[in-house]
Each structure stands twice: as structure tokens, then as C-alpha cells.
Design a protein around this ligand. Structure first.
Ligand SMILES: *Cc1c(COP(=O)(O)O)cnc(C)c1O
Length: 433
């Protein structure tokens, strides 16, 4: 399979090149040149297929021979070894819980798949790579957990000292093995500029093989399409058209849903649900894409003012605005509304949601109501409420239970190397490892 850049200046590459480069030179985004429709027998069988079985068929459709079937089967079995249940909430409303992986958020799906695919390609190459990640919290821990124990890969995480939550810091600093955490005496932007400088440092790159695990990597996006099909199989009949509502920030998760539809998944409508950072819902209303600085909210993983995957969504619909609005409905909610949703759903249905998930719930319910849709709907739960106890507990007046695997992390000793924001010191450190 060839992958082209959405800016169409950079040359086409194969899958392996697309994942190791991450970004094309022209700063576009890699996209597969075609997305084949899968067979009717695959969709008929969905209710009986496991997530790894679905992942195998859908990824093979895109990877197109660059990884053998046997290797792909072991990659998907290893990557998706935790549940992703679609649960009935009320009436025709269902929630797809994507928070049962190691870091309790959906980014585990993308990070674990990408890590195993990279590990696979490196296995026969007798070379090591070092993945540099600057993180303000969650993405870094999903990536680091994803790469934990993957041979041929070292991960160096940079996080700002005192600027991440206690749980996040424990998630970043207690992994060990091939993952090293650097506690930088600065802010997130310092971490990011140190990483950027390293990538521009030609002589450093002669000594070590640097790579990134950016969220726009096609190998992180692709696996997010698998669970849309898995959810469909759990709640709907073969061929039945349903609604999906995706709480969105950079719009990778929604783009992945559209890829699933392009492969033939019966989806009547996608709902793009945001907080007040509503650049995409506004675009769907006005046809004007107006990126702007983000505003801080309680659903902070969606505080994005310039959604990086937006060009992919345009590309998937042939840049046809009418076609886009026929497929995607946009909704947005304030923090006040989000708190109220969390409270109402807890009071009425005893279901506890993180703030991102709450926006997904209301987006689904409001849109089903608007179109008097009688079919089934699924909203994606992107994180466990346990990660957002500070928001959720005061709203529902109850403690949110911390899952055992998170509890374990909280008690583990922290290992981090302290570092100043001085690039030379960082460079020295990388060379001395
Ligand atoms: C990353 C994230 C989102 C947003 O996902 P995108 O793919 O960037 O749209 C939503 N919720 C949570 C909890 C996240 O971590």
C-alpha cells in the first residue's frame, strides 16, 4: 500500500516508511491511497468476532502484505489483550468503554499497536531506536506503556516537574525497563522544544537513531478504527445502521471511525462532540475552519484549538463539504453542562462518566432526539472516571473507585532523572546512555 501526504508535495511511501517517518516532509498527514471495502461475510460475522480477529482483518486491508498474516495475528493478539465492552445504558443508548487498558484511556489502543508494529519491523534490523516524547501527562504514559518491553526500542519521556498530577507522574515514572523518565525543571513547552531541538541536531542523529511517536502517526490512528466495528458487532444486527458519538480534540478518534465506515461498517451518522473548543462543530455549521488558541476546560484532553487530524477528515470525504455534513453532526458543551450531564446520568442510570465521556453521551442523546432516530447509538468512553476523580467526585457526591492496577502504580517508587532545560545537558545525557 502507498501512503500519500494530504499536502501532496512529499513523495509517497510504504507503510513502514510512513510509521517511522511519522510526518511527511511537507507537514501534511499520511493517508492510505485507497481503503478497500471488506467482504459482506466479514460484516455478517461481526457479532461472533473478537477484537483481535476484527483488528487482523481491518489492518491487513491497509497494511497490504508488508507484514505477514502470522506476524500480524500475533501483533494484534498482544496489543489488544484487554476488554472493550459495549454496554447498554438506557433505551437505544450504549457506551463503548475504551478505558480498560494499562493507562485507563483509549490512547492505549493506538500506542500499543504502533509499538508492536515498530518492534516487528526493528526485529530483523539489528538496530535500536530511541523514541523521544515530551508530555504534559496522558499521551506520554500511553506511549511509554505501549513500548514497555518492546525489543529494540528505548523510550525517553520528558515531563515538566511539578506540572503533572500525582497519578500522572506515577504513571510516567514507575514503568522502568526500556522507559526512562526525565523530570525537567521547566514547563511543557521547554520539554517540547528540547525534543524538537534533538530532532534537528544532525550530529546527534548520527550517533543515535531517533524516532517520534507522534499522535498523528498512521499506526496510532488505524487501530482506533477496529473498535468501531467491534462495538457494532456487540450491539447491532449485521447491516444495521447505527450512530456513533466521539468526544473529540485532535479528531484522530473520529477520523478512525470514518475509516471503518469506508471499509463498509454500517454507520448512519457520526457525531463530533467537543467542549467549548468547538472549531470543528463551528466548521460544520459555517463551512469555515477557524483554528484559534485553546481554552482550558474540565475535559482537558480535548482542549485543542487547531485539531491536527482535520485534514484527514476532509480527505476521507473527498474535501466535499456537503458530503461531510451529511455524515457528521457537530455538538459542543460547556463545563457547566458537562457537570450536569455527569450528575444526571449518575442519578438516573447509576453510570459514572469522565468529563470527556459525558460530552459524548449528551452529543449522542441530543442528536438522536434531533433526527428522531429510532435505531441504536454508541458513544465512546475515552477515559475512566477514576482518572478524573477531582471533577467527578464533587458532582456525584461519592468517591470514584480507583481500579486495582492504578492503585498499584500509586504505591510504586518513582524513578526519574532530574534535568535542567539546558539543551546541551540533555544532549550529553542522550549520548551517555
Ligand atoms: C485524547 C483524548 C480525547 C480526544 O481524542 P482525539 O482523537 O484527539 O479527538 C478525548 N478524551 C480523552 C480522555 C483523551 O485522552
Amino acid at each position: 500500500m502507498h501512503f500519500f501526504s494530504t499536502k501532496r508535495v512529499a513523495k509517497e511511501v510504504n507503510f513502514k516508511e510512513a510509521i517511522f517517518k511519522g510526518l511527511p516532509e511537507d507537514n501534511g498527514l499520511y493517508m492510505p491511497e485507497r481503503i478497500e471495502v471488506l467482504s459482506k461475510s466479514f460484516f455478517d460475522a461481526l457479532p461472533n468476532l473478537t477484537l483481535p480477529e476484527i483488528a487482523f482483518e481491518m489492518s491487513r486491508n491497509i497494511i497490504d502484505g508488508e507484514i505477514t498474516d502470522a506476524d500480524l495475528i500475533s501483533i494484534v493478539n498482544d496489543a489488544f489483550d484487554f476488554p472493550a465492552p459495549a454496554i447498554h445504558v438506557h433505551d437505544q443508548v450504549h457506551v463503548l468503554e475504551l478505558f480498560h487498558g494499562p493507562t485507563l484511556a483509549f490512547k492505549d489502543f493506538g500506542a500499543r499497536f504502533m509499538a508492536r508494529v515498530m518492534g516487528h519491523f526493528l526485529k530483523n534490523e539489528d538496530q535500536e531506536i530511541t523514541i523521544l516524547v515530551a508530555t504534559s501527562g496522558d499521551t506520554g504514559s500511553a506511549v511509554a506503556q505501549g513500548f514497555y518491553g518492546v525489543e529494540g526500542v528505548n523510550v525517553v519521556l520528558l515531563y515538566p516537574k511539578g506540572k503533572v498530577s500525582k497519578i500522572q507522574e506515577q504513571q510516567l515514572t514507575t514503568i522502568g525497563g526500556n522507559v526512562t523518565a526525565l523530570e525537567v525543571d521547566g514547563v511543557f513547552d521547554d520539554c517540547q522544544s528540547m525534543v524538537k531541538q534533538a530532532f534537528l541536531d544532525g550530529s546527534l542523529k548520527k550517533s543515535i537513531n531517533l524516532s517520534s511517536a507522534n499522535s498523528i502517526n498512521i499506526a496510532r490512528l488505524l487501530p482506533q478504527s477496529f473498535y468501531y466495528a467491534y462495538a457494532h458487532g456487540q450491539i447491532a444486527e449485521p447491516g444495521e445502521e447505527i450512530y456513533f458519538c466521539t468526544p473529540s480534540g485532535n479528531f484522530g478518534n473520529l477520523a478512525a471511525g470514518i475509516i471503518a465506515k469506508k471499509m463498509g461498517l454500517p454507520v448512519r451518522k457520526f457525531i463530533a462532540a467537543t467542549n467549548v473548543n468547538d472549531v470543528v462543530p463551528e466548521y460544520l455549521q459555517t463551512a469555515l475552519f477557524n483554528p484559534r488558541p485553546s481554552i482550558a476546560t474540565i475535559s482537558n484532553a480535548m482542549d485543542v484549538g487547531n485539531p491536527s487530524n482535520f485534514p484527514r477528515i476532509q480527505e476521507l470525504f473527498g474535501k466535499d463539504f456537503e458530503y461531510i455534513v451529511a455524515n457528521i453532526e457537530g455538538v459542543h458543551y460547556t463545563d457547566g453542562e458537562t457537570r450536569l450531564i455527569i450528575k444526571q446520568v449518575f442519578d438516573e442510570y447509576h453510570y459514572v462518566m469522565c468529563p470527556h465521556t459525558a460530552i459524548g453521551y449528551q452529543g449522542l442523546v441530543d442528536t438522536m432526539e434531533k433526527y428522531k432516530f429510532q435505531g441504536k447509538g454508541v458513544y465512546l468512553s475515552t477515559a475512566s472516571p477514576a482518572k478524573f476523580g477531582n471533577v467527578v467526585e464533587p458532582v456525584i457526591h461519592r468517591k470514584v473507585e480507583i481500579p486495582e492496577r492504578l492503585q498499584k502504580i500509586i504505591n510504586r517508587p518513582k524513578h526519574a532523572i532530574e534535568m535542567s532545560t539546558d539543551y546541551e545537558a540533555f544532549r550529553e545525557y542522550l549520548l551517555s546512555r
